[in-house]
Design a protein around this ligand. Structure first.
Ligand code: GLY
Length: 565
């Protein structure tokens, strides 16, 4: 197994830093393997996914292994108490996607986060018992593995349970967040909760209670989580802290196979997640609004290039926030939103070198909220099957409710609904009626697991956390490869920017862009924010090189790791 992480990139940076200037221009390259690869937020999770493929499992077996391992060693976003989306492309070109997004409990109500005057009660949708949707992760990984996997789930769970029992070394970033949130964990869960201790960097953190939960799930399958002892313990705990979960809510939960969003971009076929994710439709709009402007001929990260993309983003997010929601509850005009003539018309108000004002961009005339505390992983197996998965608790450690008897955090995904039309959520996204709360409805998401193919062959598997910035980060990663010919590591590492219609400002990754560029854009009417932003996510991606080998792009901004063989 080739074990390569961001340290390889770091070593290359150091090497090049000591080299003559012309060598510095060489693009940085990620780890390259012959057969199969997993890129995820944690080395332990990537390694377990690869281990399962080395034992004869395919990408779907590795998905179950990687996702469960992230639930152990990446409690920030990896989860049993959350949900996600998976997009796949089989080696024969067949494509599909699985929606295992959380659902509003049966007792949820459209005004449940409003006071008597109709104002949002701060914190109610983000912290504590009422913030969680019914989790979908266990249903999702079992559904995908049962349909396409090859191994016995018990075999897949073995290394995951061992990880929970033997522990993993706490990273600095994790230690810092445990320290920062310690009082909140105590406030929500009491003084004896598992995370009332801020485990320091380097400590080997064992999770014996989570290991027991995982053993029961391995033994009894997905029903353990939705109908069994685990379900009963979960409902009882939520009840005891003022929640509204019922056994019926859990029993009724199903993951749903959905047709992915498919569109063409500069000679490539892009396959991405359909609603209730806004990801596929919105990257489709952004990229296709850019396509007529020959992006690849522009100077990379020039004002011309960035302004074009920002204007496409502005218009796409205005549509996103108005039209998109759970397709099981609202009609979404997907075809019209991705229609070439419609998108051309949307860009008719674009003037190069002059910012359009967001107040002048309403939704288009065709007849919402997220966070970086999500996580994404990409997998390609030795047969060429590809899986892109983004999974989340929403905020960091979700609702902060930790079920001590089960060993995991609950999501705060209810905040991804629009609690009140026209009001921004925790990421500043403005929601509309299409994304209002209804019992059993799935909340709108920005998660954008995506696969790109070229000439009928797999080319790229990509996705990222980053809340509302997920969509623009994925669009940039794709454009970096397709339009600018970058390799995977280079495309992932390259500085990123973001615009989401409202608030009307361009977020630049701090210190990463040239001051002349920023001045030019400011004089063209753009409001630029270069303040520290935690929401330019960690892209984890795989590129199939022309010789068929796989190049990993594990985002050096995090502890992410690309491992393969
Ligand atoms: N909660 C993050 C998302 O679904 O986009």
């Amino acid at each position: 197994m080739l074990k390569t992480t961001k340290y390889l990139a770091f070593a290359i940076v150091v090497f090049f830093a000591c080299s003559p200037p012309e060598v510095e221009k060489e693009p940085k390259v990620g780890p390259i393997v012959d057969n199969a690869m997993v890129v995820s937020a944690m080395e332990e999770a990537s390694a377990i996914g690869v281990q399962i493929m080395e034992k004869g499992g395919n990408a779907f077996d590795a998905m179950m292994a990687t996702e469960m391992a992230l639930a152990v060693c990446y409690p920030f976003a990896g989860n049993l108490g959350g949900g996600g989306f998976m997009v796949y492309r089989m080696a024969d070109g067949t494509i599909g996607s699985l929606d295992y997004r959380e659902k509003a409990p049966g007792a949820a109500d459209r005004d449940m986060y409003l006071d008597e005057e109709g104002n949002i009660i701060p914190g109610l949708s983000t912290k504590g018992a009422l913030a969680s949707g019914i989790p979908g992760t266990v249903a999702g990984v079992f559904e995908a593995q049962a349909r396409f996997g090859k191994l016995d789930p018990k075999e897949i769970f073995e290394p995951v349970i061992a990880l929970a029992e033997k522990g993993w070394a706490v990273r600095k970033r994790q230690a810092d967040s445990f320290e920062r949130l310690k009082q909140t964990f105590i406030e929500v869960n009491g003084p004896n909760t598992f995370y009332s201790t801020a485990y320091p960097e380097g400590e080997i953190l064992k999770m014996p209670i989570l290991a027991e939960t995982l053993k029961r799930i391995a033994e009894n399958g997905r029903d353990e989580f939705y109908k069994g002892q685990t379900a009963e313990m979960l409902v009882s705990h939520m009840d005891s802290i003022g929640g509204i979960f019922t056994m019926e809510d859990l029993e009724n939960y199903e993951a749903v196979w959905r047709d992915p969003i498919v569109f063409n971009y500069n000679g490539h076929k892009v396959i991405s997640m359909a609603p209730p994710s806004s990801g596929g439709v919105t990257i489709g709009q952004i990229l296709q609004m850019m396509e007529p402007y020959s992006v690849g001929e522009m100077e990379y990260h020039s004002a011309e290039h960035i302004q074009l993309m920002v204007e496409a983003e502005r218009r796409a997010y205005a549509d996103r926030n108005f039209y998109l929601g759970d397709p099981d509850f609202v009609d979404i005009p997907i075809e019209q939103l991705l229609d070439e003539a419609y998108l051309k018309d949307r860009m008719s108000t674009f003037t190069p070198n002059k910012a359009t004002k967001s107040e002048d961009i309403a939704k288009g005339e065709v007849m919402y909220a997220e966070s970086m505390e999500t996580t994404h992983y990409s997998i390609v197996d030795a047969d060429g099957n590809a899986v892109a998965v983004t999974t989340t608790l929403n905020g960091a450690y979700g609702s902060k409710v930790f079920i001590d008897d089960l060993g995991f955090f609950m999501n705060n995904e209810m905040d991804d609904f629009s609690s009140k039309a026209g009001e921004p959520n925790m990421f500043g996204l403005i929601g509309a009626e299409a994304n209002s709360i209804q019992p059993g409805k799935r909340m709108l998401s920005s998660m954008t697991p995506t696969i790109v193919e070229k000439d009928g062959k797999l080319k790229m598997v990509v996705g990222t956390p980053g809340g509302s910035t997920i969509i623009t980060s994925v669009a940039q990663a794709i454009s970096n490869v397709v339009d600018f010919g970058m390799g995977m590591h280079e495309a992932v590492e390259s500085p990123r920017f973001h615009h989401q219609w409202l608030p009307d400002r361009v977020i630049f990754e701090p210190g990463a862009f040239d001051s002349t560029l920023i001045q030019t854009m400011q004089s063209n009417g753009y409001i630029i924010s270069e303040e520290y932003s935690r929401i330019i996510g960690y892209v984890d991606a795989i590129l199939v090189l022309p010789n068929g080998k796989l190049e990993g792009g594990a985002d050096p901004r995090g502890n992410d790791a690309a491992i393969g063989f």
